[in-house]
Design a protein around this ligand. Sequence first.
Ligand SMILES: [Cu+2]
Length: 500
Amino acid sequence: MSTEDRRKFLKVGTIAAAAGLTGKATAQEGNADLNLPNDPDAPPPVGNAPAETNVPAGSNVQAEIDGFSRFKPTRGNDPESDYYLGKKMPGFRPASAGPAPFEAPDLDKLPWKMVNGAKEFHLVPQAVRREFLPGYFIDVYGYNGSMPGPTIEITQGDRVRIVVTNELPEDTFLHWHGLELPVQYDGSATLTQNPIKPGETMVYEFDVHEDGTFYYHSHVAMQEAFGQVGFFIVHPKKAYDPPVDRDFGLMFQNFHVDPTQTISDSWAMDWNWHTINGRSGPYTTPLVCKHGERVRVRLVNFAPMQHHPIHLHGHTYWETGHEGARTPSSAWIPRNTSLVGVAQATNFEFIANNPGDWIFHCHMVHHMMNHMTRQVGPRIRKGVNVDRYLQNTSTRPAVDFTRNDPGFATPGYPQKMQGMERTMPQMKTLWNRREVKGMRANYMMAVKGLMTVMRVLPDDLYQLVMESDEAVEIGAVFAEIVRRFGDPEAYEAAPKMMGM
Ligand SMILES: [Cu+2]
């Protein structure tokens, strides 16, 4: 296919693909200044690009060590070096500042008070309605109004007291997954304790000598399948070296919700709703970091039955630990995809040296969309059969995403399931989040199910997105990154969105 054909195909395809979008956009003048000369729809420049990307004032870390740069994709000179692939490249945050606060997007932290020498938390198991996508409320079990429950965040050596009051209509138990505690507080159902009856309270109290990525959950299997879990993060007393600037956590879960139902079926053997921290893509809130930072991500798989090969685009990271403990650095492994089994945790760290909006997702295709039915391709479209499609690539028909006739149907699959259509108010809810400012129009068509986005933004763009209230045109931050770090000649704007 010629370049022109390809452009035409992409344009027609994406415009048709986006129901509710207009193909006509206001042409921008001054594209020569923008240095995006080929696309009249290019958004205006944003931010204040520095003459040179450098370490921020006040930080004394290096921009480059042994051939590895914190500001551009590099590997380094020697695989045996401590700085190969940024292995021990520190972040900007000084070690003396202590660990970076843990951040699980879309989840709160459980508050605590110091009472009689222990950090005292109050946890309430209860039925909750969780908004998996804007306007789509699913009935699940959680804690304190949230599913997953709010995060418990402590420091190694702390003594904790967790007061659990059961508001479920059934018995429950609380298990502290991975902690080496006195057996009577292990919460492993009636093996170690009597049930906490509805309305009753039980107090768990123990010292935590470990550090790492843990979580709490009900020890009733069907309650686990209903979503009863929450992060339990223990920062090390002696900070990990090298220090990180960001410490993100993502909890992956699967649910089965029948058509027309809102209650998850905990008996199911396959799953059609997929959540990260209790939301499905594109409602998952992007992880936003600054260019050059060192970032930690903690992945936890709390799916009932399925494993998740979780893949980050645009970067190579070091796996630095799992649910057991921090791995000695001599055994860290460079990867871009980590298979996280049910009930396992994987921590990884990397230098965010490649600016952009990078998709970050489970690679199981059934986990990359709810209901598994919206697929861009010829297979499920009447009159667009594969043979015809492949016969002559220059005349292949454009994919028509707006079709709603039976030819669009996936045989044997319920078509009108929750979450497959989005109203304008729901689209606004998605776009009104600070973290998605300036991302491409249509990005949401690519981020579904167990998918989120890692945004790596130069300092000025980070400030624009995360700290300023300045309005930013949809697509402008992405275009700006292309202008500074990409191939502006080949830039193509996404079609503008009606009403946005
Ligand atoms: Cu998966």
